[in-house]
Write a protein that binds this ligand. Structure first.
Ligand code: SF4
Ligand code: SF4
Length: 308
């Protein structure tokens, strides 16, 4: 989201990526990038307390003039836990929250969404063939459609997922963007990439890691990563600590920065690279990965589209 710095106050337009200690998931995908564990009752209590602390902090920014865009990126599945559903619904109703979104496998029930402000809430949904049937997953998507929930759906670009991804694209409402993530460690021939790009016209951005060393990136200025203790880093990938959210020490560190790493290969990172046109491409849908104007944007392919 573009940064806004009114000249007479310290109010900021901040995008925060929150990842608490939760690390359990109701699915067991063989390609899962995260080390899964079974969270103990104590670990779940700690995750809940951390999330509630973050939510209270976010609500309190109303007093400061900050506006917030929030993306929850848990190691595991958040929406099967009542405290994530409640946090999203509550945050969505706050006037100074422009967007609140979460990455989810959509295994949760959907009735809680009726409590949310649906102009603000959005879902980044991933379909995991092998963990859920096509019909069951599609039923959940149809429930979102009926409620009027804003969401994208994605599939990891494993060869064995191609047929299921095609079937899903054909069944999804045309108004729902289907994204394809390049599978970690996999290289795609041009012919393979073209098959995935037929489903996701923006697959080219995911196909290769983006060289980022020395390139300006909005993280560390208008975009921040926050963990359960409130430790603030610029993004999930650069480990240097900028300060803490709850003692306010991060605030003095907000400034324009270039990337210290060689490359950035994850959408939640490179979408903020200023050398890529992705804020223009996604507009108000940067966090939930919904292209601006979708599906019209597909029919008038943007000249800035990345070569597949
Ligand atoms: S749904 Fe996501 S977090 Fe859960 S096992 Fe699959 S890839 Fe990992
Ligand atoms: S380009 Fe990626 S790794 Fe580098 S600072 Fe930005 S988000 Fe972090």
């Amino acid at each position: 989201m573009p940064s806004v710095h009114p000249p007479d106050t310290d109010a900021r337009d901040l995008t925060l990526l929150y990842r608490g200690p939760l690390a359990s998931c109701d699915y067991d995908c063989p390609y899962c990038p995260f080390a899964k564990r079974r969270d103990s009752p104590d670990q779940l209590r700690a995750d809940r307390a951390a999330l509630e602390r973050f939510t209270a902090w976010a609500a309190g920014r109303a007093r400061t003039g900050d506006t917030l865009s929030l993306l929850f990126t848990p190691w595991g599945e958040g929406l099967v836990r009542s405290w994530y559903r409640r946090a999203l619904a509550e945050l969505s109703r706050l006037p100074h929250v422009r967007r609140v979104a979460i990455q989810t496998n959509l295994s949760c029930r959907t009735d809680w969404l009726a409590e949310a402000e649906l102009d603000t809430l959005a879902l980044w949904v991933t379909y995991h063939p092998g963990q859920v049937t096509h019909d069951r997953f599609l039923t959940k998507c149809r429930e979102l459609d009926a409620l009027g929930v804003r969401y994208s759906v994605g599939v990891v670009g494993q060869p064995e997922h191609l047929a299921e991804a095609r079937r899903l694209r054909a069944a999804l409402s045309p108004g729902v963007y289907l994204w394809i993530n390049a599978a970690e460690g996999r290289t795609y021939t041009d012919a393979e990439a073209a098959q995935w790009a037929a489903l996701d016209p923006h697959f080219g951005y995911s196909r290769h890691a983006h060289p980022s060393a020395g390139h300006p990136c909005r993280t560390g200025e208008s975009v921040l990563s926050v963990d359960g203790d409130g430790t603030v880093r610029r993004c999930h990938f650069v480990r240097d600590v900028l300060g803490n959210l709850y003692d306010g020490s991060y605030r003095a560190q907000l400034r324009a920065r270039s990337c210290p790493l060689a490359s950035c290969d994850c959408h939640i990172g490179y979408v903020h690279l200023e050398t890529l046109p992705l804020y223009d491409l996604f507009g108000e849908g940067v966090l939930e990965r919904v292209p601006h104007g979708w599906p019209e944007a597909v029919n008038n392919r943007l000249p800035t589209d990345h070569a597949v």
